[in-house]
Design a protein around this ligand. Structure first.
Ligand SMILES: *Cc1c(COP(=O)(O)O)cnc(C)c1O
Length: 451
């Protein structure tokens, strides 16, 4: 029996993050000021971000050193395992090789601490005492709570109401790490009060929670804001995933034909995929690189590629991205971490250049594959992760039909131990599929800012 877990020695962990901006065949569209509609500069971001992160946001350097203090904390759970999914392959009776990169081993249970730790670190070194943030399913909030606790910082998390109500254990985890977590929309911010006045039953959205966290950070000198996905510096930090995977596959003597990841704001997928996109650009590799999103929140596959705000209230700079419109209210599907109206500008640019692909899947099919994975590989995946699993399973089934022995690598972004209510609903047959209605696309188009 050949190897199952591909071991990477701690000493072989990446010491630099990879910045794809240095290798792009066409430069990224600029970020625009929400008022002037002109390209923003570092000073525009300084009220809510530390300079260390702003520099990374605009960096053109191909490799960026990981600070020693950050590496020390990464070593608590990194390198993460790359696992050959032999039992899943057998269950599917496929000639494909399936590997998954398992990020569920981090203290918070997902890939998110890969960026939470450096974000807390750069804020701490610049004297910031408090961080505010938003969270969907609670994964990002708990990752930042964990990181802040290590650096002795305060952390305040605005949690999307539908998840706050469905997932009380994530909130308790944040509290265990010393953070405070409140339901969003909340009466504590102007944005939250305005939304509650219009709709007291608002289920909330990531866009609204971002507005609340940004509003609070902008109004307090001791407080900065931290974003768990979408921005360039977040994609940069997450490349530890793909750089490790690249080395692990080399040790296994394999190279991917297909790389798959789920996308909410795009960070875990980018983290895994960007080093392989680099190989496409610089070495002429032909790997298919596939982003998977929920059919109920299909930013890449159905959204418009336009300038839009990152939040609902229109407080953030304008990003050129695939968007469903910043006031889009996604249906209450169970992959809370994938309910974001926009997408990382880096990924949208790569999609536009034809370097990556995207597909959308319905949640009941996704849960079916999640259960197959749990019953073959053992790990119970997060519902977000299950989207990547489902796409990998479909690829492997196609390999069975065609007899092709492809190598499929997917990002297993986190475990689902705090998502058991979603599984309960799935087992009870209570999960429904949502198609994204065409009229909402037109509505979203009407709400986009004019630039
Ligand atoms: C947050 C989250 C996602 C989606 O966010 P990305 O920025 O797109 O990675 C996916 N999987 C898990 C487990 C998450 O916690």
């Amino acid at each position: 029996m050949s190897q199952i877990k591909i071991h990477l020695d701690e000493r072989d962990m990446p010491r630099q993050w990879y910045n794809i901006v240095a290798d792009l065949p066409k430069p990224l569209p600029p970020v625009l000021h929400p008022g002037t509609k002109q390209p923003i500069g570092p000073d525009d971001l300084a009220p809510i971000f530390p300079m260390g992160l702003i520099q990374q946001e605009v960096s053109q350097e191909r490799y960026v050193d990981i600070p020693e203090e950050v590496l020390d904390i990464y070593r608590v759970w990194r390198p993460t395992p790359l696992v050959r999914a032999r039992r899943l392959e057998q269950a599917l009776d496929t000639p494909a090789h399936i590997y998954y990169k398992w990020e569920g081993v981090s203290p918070a249970g997902s890939h998110k601490p890969n960026t939470a730790v450096p974000q807390a670190y750069y804020n701490k070194t610049e004297g910031v005492k408090r961080l505010t943030t938003e969270t969907g399913a609670g994964q990002w909030g708990s990752a930042l709570a964990f990181a802040c606790s290590l650096f002795g910082m305060e952390c305040k998390v605005y949690m999307v109401r539908v998840s706050y109500d469905q997932k009380p254990y994530r909130r308790l985890l944040m509290e265990a790490w010393g953070a405070s977590c409140i339901s969003s929309p909340s009466p504590q911010t102007g944005v939250g009060r305005a939304i509650l006045a219009r709709d007291p039953e608002s289920a909330g959205s990531l866009g609204i929670a971002i507005s609340e966290a940004v509003e609070e950070a902008g109004s307090r000198a001791d407080t900065n804001y931290s974003l768990g996905s979408v921005l360039n510096h977040v994609m940069l930090h997450q490349t530890v995933i793909g750089l490790e995977t690249h080395k692990q596959l080399e040790l296994a003597g394999d190279y991917p034909d297909v790389v798959i990841g789920c996308v909410g704001g795009g960070s875990n997928f980018a983290g895994l995929a960007l080093p392989f996109v680099r190989d496409k650009i610089t070495k002429g590799k032909t790997t298919r690189i596939v982003a998977v999103e929920p059919a109920a929140c299909p930013s890449l596959t159905r959204g418009l590629y336009r300038y839009d705000f990152g939040d609902s209230a229109g407080l953030t700079p304008l990003l050129k991205m695939h968007t469903l419109g910043h006031d889009f209210m996604p249906p209450s599907i169970h992959a809370g971490g994938l309910r974001y109206h926009g997408m990382a500008p880096i990924l949208c640019h790569l999609y536009d250049l034809g370097l990556i692909e995207a597909e959308a899947h319905q949640q009941t099919a996704v849960f079916q594959s999640a259960v197959l994975f749990a019953r073959t590989e053992g790990h119970l995946p997060a519902p977000e992760t299950a989207h990547a699993i489902h796409a990998a399973v479909e690829q492997a089934r196609r390999c069975k039909e065609s007899g092709e022995q492809k190598t499929i690598v997917f990002g297993a972004s986190g475990h689902g131990h705090f998502d058991l209510v979603s599984y309960q609903k799935y087992f009870a047959g209570e999960l429904t599929d949502h198609e994204y209605p065409e009229e909402l696309i037109r509505k979203a188009q009407a709400s986009l800012p004019v630039v």
